[in-house]
Design a protein around this ligand. Structure first.
Ligand code: C2E
Ligand code: MG
Ligand code: MG
Ligand code: MG
Length: 288
């Protein structure tokens, strides 16, 4: 509408107009076929010692004209068109392949887990469990090294999904509830759902370091963060605090009982090569 030479910058997380979404959806098929999708990895870190315990796998689209397209801009389109199924399969397989390669190069201590994200649409795909089994077997990755990140809204969708989740759990694959606290029915969900990990949403971490009198919002965040870690502990679940952007937040979360975190302060999502370099540096430091 604005003419060919025009461009508009969309902030990450901002919704693209429906038209742009439709176009992206069309391009996405080509992106998959032409290998324009990449997987980046963000460290999941021990808060007390800074040790990398695992990585979350996040998809990126290296678009030939648009540059790097954020998943917030194309995952919704992929979900609508069903392309999320082959896209998710690609990310799953790539994450398993890469994790197996790291374990082969650096040994079993280098990472406990690799964690790709899974959409509800994938859970409804009749081949999903077989795809997971194949991704593990083809790359020789133990199921205990794989964590599938699911959002609450995804797992609230009825008996069939629950059966799939129990099958995965029985295989030894762990399930993480992503963005925890933002969904509708967090508490009742935890009882029926075979989760191993709860990821405290970034919205409860933002501002958690402030506790001057009168900042009720920060107090509320601390209350939620404390309640989540206590509940998780009571149910035997591990926790990860998401979106940690400074040391004060990390310190506060440690005091509230969190031992594991993720966020720009601890490590941004980076290429597999950069994670390899990080592991090499860790190994060199341990040997020194
Ligand atoms: P998520 O699974 O909750 O992933 C965390 C998001 O927060 C990532 O954004 C990550 O880059 C960002 N993040 C991490 N630490 C910080 C921080 O300290 N500050 C801020 N501001 N952000 C931080 P990303 O990579 O843009 O992904 C956004 C969402 O898109 C993900 O949220 C996930 O829901 C979805 N997504 C990403 N990759 C995939 C995928 O392969 N499949 C599916 N189904 N969804 C994906
Ligand atoms: Mg996630
Ligand atoms: Mg998350
Ligand atoms: Mg999130």
């Amino acid at each position: 509408q604005r003419g060919k030479a025009n461009w508009v910058r969309y902030a990450s997380g901002m919704e693209l107009p429906a038209q742009a979404h439709a176009r992206l959806g069309g391009d996405l098929r080509r992106a998959l076929d032409q290998g324009e999708l990449r997987v980046v990895y963000q460290p999941i870190v021990g808060l007390a010692d800074g040790r990398v315990l695992g990585v979350e796998a996040l998809v990126r689209w290296a678009h030939p004209e648009r540059g790097m397209v954020s998943p917030a801009d194309f995952i919704p389109a992929a979900e609508r068109t069903g392309l999320i199924v082959p896209l998710g399969r690609f990310v799953l397989r790539e994450a398993c392949r890469q994790a197996a390669a790291w374990l082969a190069e650096f040994g079993p201590e280098v990472l406990q887990k690799v964690a790709p994200n899974v959409s509800v649409r994938q859970l409804h795909d009749p081949d999903f469990v077989a795809d997971v089994r194949a991704a593990l077997a083809d790359h020789g990755l133990g199921p205990d090294r794989l964590v599938l990140e699911l959002t609450e809204s995804a797992v609230l969708r009825g008996q069939q999904v629950l059966r799939v989740l129990h099958e995965l759990h029985d295989m030894g694959v762990r399930l993480a509830l992503d963005d925890f606290g933002t969904g509708e029915s967090s508490l009742s969900l935890l009882r029926s759902f075979p989760a191993s990990i709860v990821k405290l949403d970034k919205s409860f971490v933002d501002g958690i370091e402030f506790d001057e009198p009168g900042t009720a919002a920060a107090d509320a965040r601390q209350a939620v963060a404390r309640a989540v870690v206590q509940l998780a502990g009571a149910l035997g679940l591990d926790t990860v605090a998401e979106g940690i952007e400074n040391q004060e937040q990390a310190d506060r979360l440690l005091r509230l009982g969190y031992t594991v975190g993720q966020g720009y302060h601890l490590g941004r999502p980076v290429s597999a090569e950069e994670i390899t370099a990080l592991f090499a540096a860790q190994r060199a430091a341990a040997a020194a």
